[in-house]
Design a binder for this molecule. Sequence first.
Ligand code: NAP
Length: 476
Amino acid sequence: MKKYLMYVDGEWAGNELDTMDVVNPANGEVIGTVPYGGKKEAQAAIEAADRAFSSWSSLTAYERAGYLKKLQELMLENEEELAETMTLEMGKPMKESRGEVRYAASFLEWFAEEGKRVYGETIPSHLGGKRLQVWKKPVGVVGAITPWNFPAAMLTRKIGPALAAGCPVIMKPSRESPLTAVKLTELCVEAGFPKGVVNLVTGSSSQIAGELMQNEKVRKITFTGSTEIGKQLIRQSADQVKKLSLELGGHAPMLVMDDADLDKAVKGVVASKFRNAGQTCICGNRIFVQSGIYDEFVQKFSEEVQKLKVGDGLDEETDIGPLINKDGLEKVARHVEDAARKGAKVVTGGKPITVKNGMYYTPTVMSEVSEDMILMKEETFGPVAPIMKVETDEEAVRLANQTPYGLAAYVFSENVARGMKIIEQLDYGIVGWNDGAPSAAQVPFGGMKESGIGREGGHEGMDAFIESQYVSIGID
Ligand code: NAP
């Protein structure tokens, strides 16, 4: 079993610290350890990043883009190793892990280029003796806290724009999947980033995040994770008015209207719902199907779901890997039991798969679902598709919006006018219209309501790491 290290101030660090095990959810085996760092290690990383800020931000955007493009190339060259690490530590099937590596690398390419387009502004003056300008500056040292479910893409979606803007970073990955972050850091070292520009700290999330929040040298926190922890960070940020970007939980509705192309809808819902075993912030959690096509949809959809192959993600045939851990598995079982007790019908699946120390749950379809069931109110984060019958567009929209979340929604309808009217009423930051997989590096990704603050990706993704400085120049 390999002992991995943190990376602080241009050195691999933490050899003397206690360690945390990283466990393969497919079989319970410990696949490696990382240091259990805390406040002291976070402090050292912040100091290093702060020292690096002046020289890193003084490089031209073209020079910084060179480092990011090198890192992108290295990620693609090392796709297989990164993908295997991801699959081993969090269970995702290899075909999805490879896709995530490519998706993660695409943020580096996008932001390497986008960094060259951080334009200032010249604003017409109201007085002849003045010139009014807006200059753009990097926000400063950035703390990046990421979840376990997309261990590569959530990091590059943050460090790509931060580094392109001129901000050194401290990465804090989840304890469940820190090895992908270690591998990515190894590639940063190979890409030649100067000392202190990229730092990686593993260990106690409350201590590391606590230091990132209270240390005045950290000017920006970018976080992806649960709404619960996001709210905690908002509270902690108040004392220093620390800048925050938050990508939080989702509870995506999928609206299948009676004019949908049924095959397309089935394919789209399966793709969205069962990707990463349903452990995706934008995956469909509540499927609303109009009554005219309800029975046919449930039947066709269930037939497709039954074809999904559950197994160890390392097996090339696997479509659905294990859930991340015992808590995740128990949550899914609890949601299914609650729905069944309240009258939902299990069309297929509905039980865990007993494999020694493996966290597997059968891909599940439930029909006759109603609003009062827990799975219609909370993120299930598992391979369970609850389907509820709706009569009208108004009812579908009302139910879709009936949640504090507002990350992603999906609409399946072949009628353009109807689709547009429905989407205009949806309080969601991302909408897939006849599309179950809307993510891309060049588009704004983020949520309304309790799903977050700000956007990642696209040209908006740079804004989070840039300050505007208005300069009024007297020339008389
Ligand atoms: P989580 O429990 O909130 O953890 C996210 C990160 O926060 C991890 O690095 C975690 O570290 C850390 N953390 C835990 N306690 C903390 C604390 N007190 N202070 C600061 N940081 C702390 O979320 P998760 O279970 O990893 O991820 C699943 C959630 O992320 C879901 O709700 C999902 O919807 C959301 N998500 C959202 C997006 C999006 O773009 N909107 C994308 C992916 C996932 P440890 O794991 O080491 O404790």
